[in-house]
Design a protein around this ligand. Structure first.
Ligand SMILES: C[S@@+](CC[C@H](N)C(=O)[O-])C[C@H]1O[C@@H](n2cnc3c(N)ncnc32)[C@H](O)[C@@H]1O
Length: 243
């Protein structure tokens, strides 16, 4: 199971980061195609946002796009190598701030200040202890109209013996468990989209949530998407040539 120590060793010491994370976008035809084809449509409603918090930016694969959509951006990552690379890569942006944390704490971020929280392709490796710590804090960090979008594991639902892609996914995490933690902390889930990743099993989940009182006119939507990999293929074939 990917504990914090696994995440430290894997991303700081073992992974060679040959293309600063862009290597993981090959299936979509590159990071731009993945951002504009797969990620941005799911968060466009909430951007641009004044203050953005990115959890686990790695070497900035999504940060480069979020920076253009924010007045202030905070990137918080467990690993010093990632923080150093982001500081160097985005040194021209005065509104970008990168902070190393212990993998659990968001104490460096003031309460009631964040208009958009984003994490993609990182928290799938975070077990329920980390998800609980982050979700509880995020409900407090969000501004009154703030929104959080987290990509996390659903392996507690989506794994089976024949799904080799379950490797690296946090097995203690399910869409329902994350939903329960958010609501217990005083938040409200607007959308949960379970998606398949690398196989047919829905090992992953995209959760959009707000503070309990925000957006009362928006109900809860649950999506069981078994075609995320098909969407990826379509983006690569028909959108990525434009980039
Ligand atoms: C697979 S990389 C993805 C990075 C980036 N999101 C991307 O898609 O290119 C995972 C990142 O998550 C970070 N990470 C893992 N667990 C974390 C935690 N509990 N808190 C903060 N960062 C974490 C790692 O240091 C690494 O930078």
């Amino acid at each position: 199971m990917p504990e914090l120590e696994w995440n430290r060793v894997r991303w700081n010491d073992e992974h060679p980061w040959p293309e600063s994370g862009d290597e993981w976008s090959a299936g979509w035809g590159g990071p731009r195609a993945q951002w504009y084809g797969a990620i941005f449509p799911r968060i466009a409603r909430w951007l641009p946002a004044r203050r953005v918090l990115e959890i686990a930016p790695g070497m900035g694969r999504w940060t480069q796009f979020l920076l253009r959509q924010s007045e202030e951006l905070y990137g918080v990552d467990l690993n010093p190598k990632c923080i150093q690379r982001c500081v160097q890569r985005f040194s021209a942006y005065d509104h970008a701030h990168f902070i190393q944390n212990d993998g659990l704490s968001l104490a460096m971020i003031a309460d009631d200040t964040i208009d958009f929280v984003f994490s993609f392709d990182s928290l799938v490796h975070a077990e329920m202890d980390v998800m609980t710590a982050y979700c509880e804090q995020l409900v407090r960090k969000l501004s009154a109209g703030g929104v959080a979008f987290l990509h996390h594991s659903n392996a507690a639902n989506g794994v089976d013996a024949e799904n080799p892609n379950a490797e690296g996914r946090a097995h203690s995490v399910s869409s329902q468990a994350v939903h329960a933690v958010i609501e217990k902390a005083g938040g409200r889930v607007l959308v949960q989209e379970e998606v398949n990743w690398g196989s047919t099993a829905r090992t992953d989940c995209l959760t959009t949530f707000v503070r309990g009182q925000a957006y009362p006119h928006i109900g809860h939507t649950r999506i069981e998407n078994n075609h995320f990999m098909l969407e990826m293929q379509i983006i690569k074939a028909y959108q990525s040539p434009y980039y």
